[in-house]
Structure formats: C-alpha cells, structure tokens
Design a protein around this ligand. Structure first.
Ligand SMILES: C[S@@+](CC[C@H](N)C(=O)[O-])C[C@H]1O[C@@H](n2cnc3c(N)ncnc32)[C@H](O)[C@@H]1O
Ligand code: SF4
Ligand code: SF4
Ligand code: SF4
Length: 404
C-alpha cells in the first residue's frame, strides 16, 4: 500500500483525537458527530494544554512500532489556531523517544489559508479533505449553519493545498443524493487530479432524538433520509469498479477496492470495516474521554478518561476487548457466506437488521456488498494472480479489454 493514503486503522493502537470535540463551522446534514456536543455541558469544547500533553506522552508510550501516527479529527480541527498544532508538534518532539512521528488531519477544507498550508507543508501533514463530488452533489448536504453550499470554499482550499505541495486525499460520503451518480462522482475526482479516494456510505438511524446506538435492536429505528439503500450501495460500487478496472488501476486508488484486493491476496486490508478484527482505533474527546471507536462515541462505550486511567489499560482492557468481540461475533448468514473472507461482516455499527429467518444482527448493507464482491471477483482473482506472479495488477486493464 502506498504511504500517502490514510490507513490509520491498521495501526496497533491508534486514537482519533478531537481537539475541539464536536464543534464545527458547518452543519452537514448527515453528520454523525455534531450531536456529540450533547455529551458535554461546555459550549466551547477545546482541548487544554494539560490534556494535550498527557495524551501525547501516553500515546507515544503506548506504541510498539517505530512509527507513530497522530490523527486530528473532529468536529472541525482547523477551528483551532495553527499555534495549537505547533505546540502539539513541540510536545511530540519532547516525548518522541526515538519514534518517527507522522500527522494527518481530517478537515472540511473551508478554513484553509496560506498560513495553514505553509504549516501543513512544512511539517509533512497528510490532509484528508471531505468533498462529496461536484458542486451540485457536494452542496446537497455539506452546508453552513445558515444553509449555504460550501463547494467553492472547499475547492479553494484544495487549490491552496496543491499550490503549497501538501499531500491530500479525498473523503467522500456516499449518500442518498450522490449514490445515484457513481461514474460522474468518480470522474469528478479524477478530473481534479485526486488519486486517493475514500468512499464512505451514509447509514444512520434515529431513535428518540439521537442517532441509533449501533448495537441496539433495529426495530424502533428510522433510517435517515440521507442514508443509502443496500441495493444503491451495490450498484454504486459495481459501476465505479467497472470504470476503474478498465482505465485506472495503478493510477487512481479507491480505498475499498484496494482493501478488497488485499483480502483476496490474504494480506491485512488496512480498512477496519473489511478486516477480520477491529477495535484498535479509539476516539478521544477534547477533555480526554476515550471511546471504543469514532462511530461508538456513546456513553455506553466510554472507556474512561486519560487523566484518570492509562491509555494502554483502556485500549487493551476488558471493556475494549468486549467491543472487539462484536466484530468477530458474526451472524450465521456471515459465517456461511462465500464472501466472508472479503467482508468479515463489515462494520458492527451497520449490523442492525433482522432478516426473514428472524436472525438478528445482519448487516444492513449486506446485499450491496454481495453484489459488489461477486461482480468484482473475476477481476480481483486476475489481479491477485498477477501479484502472486510478481507482475503488475494493472495488467487487468489490458487483459479484459483484449477479451471483451
Ligand atoms: C465527522 S467529520 C470530522 C472532520 C471534518 N469536519 C470533516 O468533515 O472532514 C469526518 C468524516 O466523516 C464523514 N461523515 C460525517 N457524517 C457521516 C455519516 N453519517 N456517515 C458517513 N460518513 C460521515 C465526513 O464527511 C468526514 O469525511
Ligand atoms: S464539516 Fe465534518 S464535522 Fe462538520 S458537520 Fe460536516 S462532516 Fe460534521
Ligand atoms: S466498529 Fe466499525 S468503524 Fe469501528 S473499528 Fe470496528 S469496523 Fe471500524
Ligand atoms: S456479504 Fe453479507 S453475509 Fe457475507 S460476510 Fe458480508 S455482511 Fe456477512
């Protein structure tokens, strides 16, 4: 896998840091994180110097490998001044103890300035920019609190990153609007020169005014109108795959395709949702509260606070081990599935369906994944064989165009 893709979930113990909690300058309609403001009474949820230093010291100390990856997340992490991150880098140097430290930051891109870009470039940050496609697609749900679209601001930010030579990649949600225009969406990223693309399906349920707790019974929940259907997700993946496998293998990298190929080849996919295990990617709020995963920031999944307990104890303790078991505790449908080696039941947050046989805990997106895995199988097999023979998987493009 290439260096310039954010694959943090493959690290032994990894924490997504929320230095401003859920505070954000935007109000994207599907956002799962905005409601986390409700967890705290403070209106301004900003990480203190004390929490920052404690975290950096413990985080580096918890790493068994030489490289340490810091991931700054949110809310919107660029709502802090550059000086916050300059201080963080100073503390990273103070506690580095021979480790090599990398930083990446996930942003909506609208607050990028020349000052930010100079800082990000000088310090080798990898920047994940959230963008949902062209102006029409992006502005459908990614808006300001006042309701204005943000596409032009994001594109201005991306241009600035490019001008300053900052490494960046795109995070695109796949939602009820853009899911119907897969090839147009994919070509948009190609046209703006984005070689690394991550598509994340929006699957959210509401219950009693908050988003659904991932492991609760599905019956009382209502799916949000921004969510995709399983069928749409399957068609979306297949159509983009067809475009990619004929033209772009080795040039453009779609995270989910890379991960699927990795599972075909029997190597760690680097994407938690398709891995056999998960639970090594925690989330930490501004005040040091540590949660099992970014998608499980609910009081029920609070592991403790780094001011009162140790990161290692919480990250490898019983509560987190119980969380880890959710991933491997598969319903019968998955245990018998021919695609289990590729899918591993996907993310437990999406396992809320009761199927016709009455089996609970079935993955909502299952039918979509089945469609994609079966559609891509001949191509994936071919690429896998090429890899095993020491040849380039991109030969798939020539092979299939010659045999059409
Ligand atoms: C919560 S945001 C935080 C970082 C930053 N504010 C941003 O937008 O990139 C992290 C990522 O989650 C994505 N996201 C938000 N709500 C989502 C949802 N309900 N399902 C899937 N992805 C979602 C965003 O588009 C973004 O790429
Ligand atoms: S910019 Fe990020 S954190 Fe803010 S509302 Fe949008 S997805 Fe959520
Ligand atoms: S619960 Fe889902 S998002 Fe969280 S680590 Fe596991 S697979 Fe990843
Ligand atoms: S495709 Fe469906 S049945 Fe198969 S492993 Fe994935 S979620 Fe389970």
């Amino acid at each position: 896998m290439e260096k310039s893709v954010i694959y943090p979930f493959s690290h032994p113990l990894y924490v997504m840091v929320k230095p401003v909690g859920a505070m954000c300058n935007l109000a994207c309609r599907y956002c799962y994180y905005l409601e986390k403001k409700g967890l705290y009474e403070e209106r301004r949820t900003v990480m203190s110097e004390h929490v920052l230093e404690n975290f950096i010291r413990q985080y580096i100390g918890a790493q068994t490998q030489r490289e340490v990856l810091f991931v700054w997340h949110g809310g919107e992490p660029l709502m802090l001044p550059v000086s916050f991150y300059e201080n963080a880098l100073r503390l990273q140097r103070k506690y580095a103890g021979g480790h090599v430290i990398d930083n990446c930051i996930q942003t909506n891109g609208t607050l990028l300035t020349d000052e930010w870009c100079r800082f990000l470039s000088a310090n080798g940050f990898l920047v994940g920019v959230s963008i949902d496609g062209n102006g029409q697609m992006h502005d459908m749900y990614r808006r300001t609190v006042g309701g204005s679209g943000t596409f032009s601001e994001v594109m201005r930010g991306i241009d600035m990153l490019v001008r300053h030579g900052v490494e960046w990649n795109a995070m695109s949600t796949v939602n009820s609007y853009n899911v119907g225009r897969p090839v147009e969406l994919y070509r948009f990223f190609r046209d703006i020169g984005c070689r690394y693309i991550q598509f994340t399906p929006v699957v959210e349920r509401t219950c009693g005014g908050r988003l659904g707790l991932p492991d609760a019974d599905g019956s009382d929940f209502r799916l949000t109108d921004t969510s995709v259907s399983p069928e749409e997700w399957g068609v979306f993946l297949c159509e983009i795959f067809d475009e990619w496998v004929r033209n772009d293998v080795g040039e453009y990298f779609v995270q989910l395709f890379d991960a699927t190929l990795a599972n075909w080849a029997g190597v760690e996919p680097g994407v938690c949702s398709l891995s056999a295990t998960c639970g090594n990617a925690l989330a930490m709020e501004y005040n040091g509260d540590l949660f099992s995963c970014d998608h499980f920031v609910f009081p029920e999944y609070l592991l403790g606070n780094i001011g009162r307990g140790s990161l290692i104890d919480m990250g490898y303790g019983e509560a987190q081990n119980r969380f880890r078991r959710m991933k491997t505790d598969l319903p019968q449908r998955c245990r018998e599935c021919e695609w289990r080696f590729l899918c591993n039941g996907e993310c437990p947050k999406n396992r809320f369906v009761t199927d016709v046989s009455g089996e609970r805990g079935v993955n909502y997106l299952c039918d979509g994944y089945r469609k994609f895995f079966s559609h891509s199988a001949p191509y994936m097999k071919f690429m896998c064989d090429e890899l095993a023979a020491g040849r380039a998987p991109s030969n798939v493009m020539r092979f299939f165009s010659n045999n059409r």
